[in-house]
Design a protein around this ligand. Structure first.
Ligand SMILES: [Zn+2]
Length: 628
């Protein structure tokens, strides 16, 4: 839709004289009014406008109508009951918003939203509510502060993006094609280019942490497309193999938006910044720095699940829950006014976990499905989650009974919180009474989880809202650097969750070295260990490990117990992949397999053809496929 059409629809639909100006900020339509009270009282008018435009709209007071901030602050504190425990009130003049952070948001909102309406009518600012998170995340705090401080710059940027989205399309949509730039017949550096005559959209932009040289990054050079010509970037989730290369785009001329969920933005900020810092210290320096990471955050436009957003003149995007990690999305693209619909699953889980609901499988329309196939091989069936939990707990209990320590190397986002929830459940039912130490970035990643309870499984969300936050039970303890040695020296049994998950560095390696020689101890793997990693070597029966002893190398005998528990993966296994292809509604005509070793992607493609009659294939990187 072009901007002038938006203007025309507003002129026709809006009540006479109530809208003084129409603007766009990214995909959102902003309607300015001198009489916000009218729209508070007649909220059907707002719904009417939104449904005529088929867009997210924001009705906002004109700057002149806003009450003075000092006076407005007084009014807010008078209207909101004291028991709501307001933590902070901040005014953002650029967006006409007042951010109210409080402990009990229910009291700020009031019955049927009455309190909130009263505030808006009185002060004319749009209230934006923030729940005080039960655990303070440094990442969430600093991202919110940066966005607040840069609000003027950000508004300018959003207006420019909006102008490009609602421009007259350069050409009619008479072809659509996709080209994998990475992550096809492989795992790592996921990236797919979606193109029409009017649009260049990049879906995911990851790095392959384990690879060397050019195989580490998506292959932009081969497609001969200037990075500045991209219109939009969509990120399915925050794992580095899906988003780790995004800052590079800002170094080489991209100035456009990134679409993802809010938790993905924050987790992405945490993980990508960490990768930059590790890179600077070690061998694998990334071709960008923290400045570009900040640009990435500034350009992110968060979308909620189910929200339809115009991202180019001929592509609409909707994100749905993918069940893989917090904020992970299955991305639906509605292309060329309904000419074609494509679903890109990203990484997904189609089964029960303790943290998240299973991936969404119902869409308005689907013609092409791009599906991950990490566990797409013929024999890639994982044990049931319940059985995996029993095996994990039994092994922990045995180790504790013999006064040993259990080390579980985990990736900071996803597996850590899953295992925490299993341990919390055990502790709640008296099955575990030792401390659980969390070392590495796990605590910070957990704090980000508790900042977004609405993205967690229903029952978990309710527990957090009702003040029974399972992440805050007494057993869990964050390890500050000094404490690590105390834990190592102590005789007491305990469980330790530590990064990195594949023992390529970080505290998990330190604990392992300290515990290796004592057969009472146990190391338990719950996640995939890649070829060549220390984790894989331990799984394969490593006998001795070289350690540094005051400048000299000495050999440590590995005598501790080694256990691998399958079934905790955040990916759909073979059964779930087939289950998803069976259940996805409506049925796609074509299916493209990505994100898997080549034999697995090809085997899965063949099976989908045999079972469901999909036109299924497993493209290679740089194979362009015409969808229309
Ligand atoms: Zn992932």
């Amino acid at each position: 839709m072009e901007f002038k059409q938006i203007q025309a629809i507003v002129d026709e639909t809006a009540p006479e004289g109530k809208i003084s100006k129409v603007d766009v900020e990214g995909p959102k339509v902003i309607l300015y009014t001198d009489d916000i009270a009218y729209f508070v009282e007649n909220d059907n008018e707002v719904r009417n406008l939104a449904s005529s435009l088929k867009k997210r709209i924001i009705v906002r007071s004109t700057p002149d109508a806003l009450m003075e901030p000092e006076e407005a602050k007084k009014a807010i504190t008078q209207i909101i009951p004291e028991e709501a425990n307001i933590v902070d009130i901040e005014f953002d003049e650029n967006f006409g918003e007042v951010r109210i952070e409080a402990e009990k948001l229910g009291l700020v909102i009031g019955k049927h939203g009455n309190t909130l309406d009263e505030i808006t009518k009185k002060i004319k600012w749009t209230p934006k509510l923030l729940r005080k998170p039960p655990l303070q995340s440094e990442t969430v705090r600093s991202i919110r502060k940066t966005l607040f401080d840069k609000s003027k710059e950000r508004q300018k940027l959003l207006k420019n993006i909006g102008k490009k989205i609602y421009r007259k399309p350069d050409a009619d949509c008479d072809w659509i094609r996709v080209t994998p730039l990475g992550g096809a017949q492989q795992v790592g550096r996921s990236s797919v280019l979606l193109q029409t005559p009017a649009s260049n959209v990049l879906i995911d932009c990851g790095i392959n942490v384990a690879a060397q040289d050019n195989d580490r990054f998506p292959d932009f050079r081969a497609v001969k497309l200037a990075i500045s010509e991209l219109d939009a970037v969509v990120i399915s989730h925050a794992h580095l193999d899906h988003c780790g290369f995004v800052p590079y785009l800002y170094k080489y001329g991209y100035d456009g938006p990134i679409y993802c969920t809010e938790p993905t933005r924050d987790l992405m900020g945490l993980l990508v910044l960490d990768a930059v810092e590790i890179g600077v210290k070690g061998q694998n320096e990334l071709p960008f720095g923290s400045k570009e990471v900040r640009e990435m955050i500034k350009h992110t436009i968060p979308l909620e699940y189910g929200e339809v957003a115009d991202i180019t003149p001929d592509i609409h995007l909707t994100l749905y829950n993918a069940g893989h990690i917090l904020g992970s999305s299955v991305c639906h693209f509605h292309i060329g006014e309904g000419l074609h619909n494509m679903v890109y699953t990203g990484d997904f889980k189609f089964g029960d976990t303790r943290l998240l609901e299973a991936a969404n499988y119902e869409f308005p329309r689907v013609e092409t499905l791009i599906m991950e196939s990490t566990y797409g091989g013929r024999y890639d069936t994982q044990p049931k989650r319940r059985d995996a939990e029993t095996v994990l707990l039994d092994s922990i209990k045995k180790t504790i009974a013999r006064k040993g320590k259990v080390l579980i190397p985990v990736f900071s986002v996803g597996r850590s919180q899953e295992v925490m929830m299993v341990l919390e459940h055990a502790a709640r039912y008296g099955d575990l009474d030792v401390p659980v130490y969390l070392d590495g970035m796990i605590w910070e990643a957990t704090a980000i989880h508790t900042s977004y309870p609405e993205y967690l499984k229903k029952h978990l969300k309710h527990r957090i809202f009702n003040g029974h936050n399972p992440f805050l039970v007494d057993n869990f303890e964050k390890v500050e650097h000094r404490k690590r040695q105390d834990i190592i020296d102590s005789e007491d049994p305990c469980v330790i969750l530590a990064t990195s998950g594949m023992m390529t560095g970080g505290p998990s390696v330190e604990y392992f070295k300290a515990f290796a020689e004592d057969p009472k101890n146990m190391i338990t793997f719950v996640g995939y260990q890649s070829e060549g990693s220390l984790g894989r070597r331990i799984q394969n029966g490593l006998n001795e490990i070289a350690v540094d002893d005051n400048g000299k190398t000495k050999g440590l005998k590995v005598k501790l117990g080694v256990k691998t528990v399958d079934g905790f993966s955040g990916h759909a296994d073979r059964r779930q992949l087939l289950g998803y292809a069976k259940k996805i509604n409506p049925k796609p005509k074509r299916a493209l397999m990505m994100h898997g070793e080549s034999s697995k992607t090809m085997n899965l493609a063949m099976t989908l053809y045999d079972m469901f009659g999909f036109e299924a294939s497993a493209p290679k990187n740089l194979d362009s496929i015409r969808l229309i």
